[in-house]
Design a protein around this ligand. Structure first.
Ligand code: MN
Length: 513
């Protein structure tokens, strides 16, 4: 469902379609207050303002948000933009709804204004998220509707909003497993941030998918027949098209070579049980030949972000290639909506979820570790260029595509793409990094400067007599953490060396001056 002109009845109809026991009274009350408060206000597009909260609420209903969240969405701009205060809202709707709205206005003040502010913005975002994950989810819906109506804003402002969506919002949605909203945020922003590239990708995608359209239809029919013959029920089978921005990223990765992309479209089969998924996989393979190395069982081995599905790519007629994705409805909801598929989580579980998803940024006490990293960075690095470089590294750490590797004990370690065994070693412990002498990957010796791949089992071989890291490692270490530890050791080494060389008495003298 896109953006549109909605009425309260549309919203209520949509809610009733999802939940029979919805608190419609609450929705009606929230709408009445918002509608009265925004009366006479117009958006830049000329529409009545109430269309914005209504659209935001609609997006959340699609994500099966509970009534309190939908009510908060309807009221989200009231205290900020009208005469009705937060206190009045709390009086009428209670603490829970008022606190969500308060959180939304706080996050709303976060603006992308250059790198220096960027840090501060991210910090606020994570703090808000750690406090109440629902706030961020409402913010995503709010932002998505704003992106869909960017055309009516001045170009510069539109660009700024699109950029901050691409740089801040979408990656966070991705980390929360909210792939559908991530894809929609990215696609809406892509158009404004990189208009030429957007057109190029859209054109490629349109051509590829119109060519495939007829036979996708045919495959869907064929697979339905095959399943029916074998007595396997299915819930839904449909073609899915890759989101444009993720397609664009993939194209860049393959040097813009379109022939390397197998998943412009995929056939998605939603089946009642896990057993049905495996059975359907067998049926697909008996009918069409699978491509070697492209059968992936994320059901028995979920991705570390929890993603579950069976994937396979098969040769279809005349050498065309088609990807299938098989999953149960629960797996589907989880893949599309991530944390928002589990609205019923309690506060503690919600915080745990955020902690798990942002594991590398959060330490055991749930303090946001990388925020303190940032503070250190800000305080220790005075040189602007060095600061910006470090910031770039940190940003890469946090937001680049990540790989997931295993320790020999089977613990999953989450690292940025192109990380090497050195990054892995320092991630485990500084001492492991400092005394690392070699690495084994999947049982074989692996050069320290060679990148790891998702799924690798990495074992670090230590040399306890080693004096410290090799400064050469700086050339290929990827994470800021590893680099800073290597540099730190080099600096400490120098200081120790100076201590050793300059006699104690002399140093004392110097100090007294
Ligand atoms: Mn808003």
């Amino acid at each position: 469902m896109g953006t549109g002109v909605f009425t309260l009845n549309d919203l209520i109809g949509q809610i009733k379609a999802i939940r029979s026991n919805a608190d419609i009274k609450l929705i009606e009350r929230a709408f009445a207050v918002a509608d009265a408060a925004h009366k006479g206000q117009k958006r830049m597009s000329g529409e009545p303002y109430i269309q914005h909260p209504l659209n935001t609420a609609m997006i959340l209903v699609e994500m099966h948000a509970p009534d309190s969240v939908v009510a908060a969405a309807l009221l989200h701009d009231v205290p900020e933009d009208t005469n009705v205060t937060l206190d009045e809202i709390e009086e009428k709707f209670g603490k829970d709804i008022a606190s969500m709205i308060n959180g939304i206005s706080k996050v709303g003040k976060i603006k992308y204004r250059g790198v220096e502010r960027y840090i501060e913005n991210l910090r606020k975002m994570f703090v808000a998220m750690a406090n109440d994950i629902r706030v961020i989810i409402i913010k995503f819906a709010d932002r998505l509707h704003n992106l869909q109506t960017l055309d009516s804003l001045p170009q510069k402002k539109a660009y700024r909003i699109a950029l901050e969506s691409l740089e801040i919002y979408a990656p966070i949605a991705g980390r929360l497993g909210m792939n559908e909203i991530k894809g929609r945020l990215e696609d809406a922003a892509f158009k404004y941030v990189l208009p030429k590239e957007y057109e190029w990708t859209l054109d490629l995608s349109t051509r590829a998918t119109t060519n495939k359209q007829p036979y996708i239809q045919k495959i869907v029919e064929q697979i339905r027949e095959e399943l029916f013959k074998d007595g396997i029920q299915y819930i839904d089978i449909h073609g899915r098209y890759k989101h444009l921005y993720s397609l664009y990223r993939k194209l860049l990765k393959y040097g813009r070579d379109v022939t390397k992309i197998y998943d412009f479209t995929a056939i998605r089969c939603i089946l009642p049980t896990t057993a049905d998924c495996y059975a359907a996989l067998g049926i697909i393979h008996s009918r069409w030949t699978p491509l070697k190395g492209r059968i992936k069982d994320y059901i028995s081995q979920p991705k570390p972000n929890g993603y579950q599905s069976l994937h396979t790519t098969v040769f279809y007629d005349r050498g065309s290639i088609v990807e299938f994705q098989l999953r149960t409805p629960e797996m589907h909801e989880s893949a599309e909506f991530g944390i928002a598929a589990h609205w019923s989580y309690d506060e503690v579980k919600g915080k745990q979820f955020v902690a798990d998803r942002f594991k590398h940024m959060l330490d055991a006490e749930k303090e946001i570790e990388w925020i303190s990293q940032l503070a250190v960075l800000q305080n220790t690095i005075k040189d602007k260029k060095e600061f910006l470089d470090s910031l770039e590294e940190l940003k890469l750490d946090v937001f680049r595509d990540r790989i997931f590797v295993y320790t020999p004990k089977g613990d999953v370690i989450d690292l940025p793409e192109d990380s090497t065994p050195i990054d892995f070693a320092y991630h485990i412990h500084t001492d492991i990094g400092n005394t690392c002498s070699a690495a084994k990957v999947n049982g074989m010796i692996h050069p320290l400067d060679q990148a790891l791949k998702s799924g690798d089992i990495v074992e670090i071989i230590l040399d306890k007599s080693r004096k410290g890291p090799n400064p050469d490692w700086l050339r290929f270490a990827k994470t800021r953490h590893a680099k800073s530890k290597i540099r730190q050791y080099a600096r400490a080494g120098l200081a120790n060396w100076i201590k050793g060389v300059i006699p104690h008495a002399m140093r004392k003298k110097t100090k007294n001056k």
